[in-house]
Design a protein around this ligand. Structure first.
Ligand SMILES: [Zn+2]
Ligand SMILES: [Zn+2]
Ligand SMILES: [Zn+2]
Length: 163
């Protein structure tokens, strides 16, 4: 990825302002703050974490301002939401591409799955069911390679018990 050498964030703030205005929202200090908080965010962040971060700086920020603005900013492509295993919305700032997620149920780690990695799965569902997977809403829960595997509690000796 090549990055433009001049400050891209000021342009993004300008684009966010124009987009929110076009969506019928006033450009308030709270909305500007949200955009700045987003641009300083890396990885995944939940809506309530964003509300907390904004309120820590400006206590006048309301959750409804944050969530309505996030919806509009998703239309601009500044953020994209996915869902954690508990259904909580998680936001990515400036996602480079559509991707799904892996979540380890033991350590809580999350990893991105690229479109290419998910292709076998999404194509199987497209072929067998004509179902188009929304990859950014796909979260696969399991165990990562670093966590001890679940020990199978099956009792194979039962099957072989008879001499
Ligand atoms: Zn959703
Ligand atoms: Zn793990
Ligand atoms: Zn992700």
């Amino acid at each position: 990825m090549t990055e433009p050498s001049q400050h891209p964030s000021e342009t993004l703030v300008e684009r966010a302002r124009a987009h929110l205005r076009a969506s019928g929202m006033r450009w308030t200090p709270q909305r500007r703050l949200l955009v700045e908080v987003l641009l300083s965010t890396h990885g995944h962040v939940t809506g309530s974490e964003l509300v907390e971060r904004c309120r820590a700086i400006d206590p006048d920020t309301t959750p409804s301002t944050v969530y309505r603005s996030l919806d509009a900013l998703e239309g601009l492509g500044l953020v994209r939401h996915s869902h954690g295993h508990d259904g909580v919305e998680e936001y990515h700032v400036l996602p480079e591409s559509v991707h799904g997620h892996l979540r380890c149920e033991a350590c809580g780690g999350t990893w991105d799955i690229s479109e290419a990695e998910a292709q076998a799965l999404t194509q199987a569902l497209a072929g067998a069911r004509g179902f188009a997977v929304n990859l950014s809403h796909l979260t696969v829960v399991g165990r990562c390679a670093q966590c001890p595997p679940v020990v199978a509690t099956a009792e194979p000796e039962l099957a072989d018990a008879e001499p």
